[in-house]
Design a protein around this ligand. Sequence first.
Ligand code: DLL
Length: 439
Amino acid sequence: MTSPSVSGRGGADPAALDPEERMSRDELTALQTERLQRSVRHAAGNVDHYRRAFADAGIDPREVRSLDDLARLPLTSKEELRQNYPFGMFAVPRTQVARVHASSGTTGRPTVVGYTADDLTTWAAVGARSLRAAGVRPGDLVHNAYGYGLFTGGLGAHAAAETLGCTVIPMSGGMTGRQVQLIDDLKPDVILCTPTYMLTIIDGLRAAGLDPEQTSLQIGVFGAEPWTPALRDELEREAGIDALDIYGLSEVIGPGVGCECIETKDGTTLWEDHFYPEILDPVTGEVLPDGELGELVFTSLTKQAMPVIRYRTKDLTRLLPGTARPMRRMERISGRVDDMIILRGVNVFPTQIEELALAIPGLSPHFQIHLSQPQRMDVMTIRVEAAADAAAVAGPGNTLRQPIKDRIGVSAEVEVVPPASLERSSGKLRRVFDQRAGG
Ligand code: DLL
């Protein structure tokens, strides 16, 4: 599924890579093992939660010698981080914490994460490594439209680009008209934002009478929400850019846990020298072999302020062998366990709808999924905008209903709505609106 480079940019010069990116699997395993031992002792020695969890599981942290021993350690959930709100998971005194971020919990308390000055350096380094993998080069002008503030995207991507040696435009999200103007005036090479916000920027360029394909932009590094290869094709075609996938989460470090490499565009290479991945069966908690679909779990190997041991991300993916780098890749996230819709017993992810809607010429990628329960029966209604240039509005809706039935196995109502009528977001987009009892 490798799509060719649109911008003509290729992979990084091997001499520019970090030594860890070129390590053989054996060298990497040795480094991971040594770092794992240190990280486990650091967590168990300095965080009450881990001290207790290890004791409850009857594990002496000094017994953790190999990567295989990891499977014996207790898992960590977001709920446990919440229970230790705000600073209970820190392994260093608060005065040594240089910065905090918080992830916006959709319900209840947010999760606070912290970084020492060294952690911030590590984060900027893996972020710079990510952007370099995506084809960004020192000297590039980078338009950063991830939100600045407690959200990890803006400041994380900012430090990554600066560390790589780029010139950064700290736009943050929102004020699309202004984003469009600055893209036209400053002529950035690279844009960083969520993939759905890039769609909004493309619409904004058009509304301003500009041709999105003709801007100065060559590369977009998109993440923070699930998106599909079909949306990559759309963004590449509409904006004339290479569109690369960057992954991360606040609890593990932020953007830059892994990133796609421009020379292969075949899934996110995970920076395994800092974050050790496992895939679990989300129900039984059993570790699954590489290649199997399950919940992604990370153990931090170098973090000081807030080490995480076997943290359950709730993201569903599979681990794949390395290609552009010896480190392993993961397949695009198909969705979060939380976002999975269970409709009359069938599991549905918004990414499946995205893929099918994008295959129909008269439809746009802007859609919402509404779930309701008239007469106690679950009903899924897809509200999707017609493409701006669609001749007929009613026709394409019918053409979406059938592939949903054939490919996903559920019946859905499809309402085609006028262009630009659905809500946009400058950050993570909400796709699912569940009005069912208990939804
Ligand atoms: O969204 C980190 C980030 C910022 C990544 C900017 C990339 C770019 P959180 O707000 O803590 O951190 O949300 C983390 O977002 O567990 C996934 O569910 C989702 N996510 C992040 N990147 C991707 C991606 C940031 N590339 C949660 N594909 C994660 C799919 C993603 N989902």
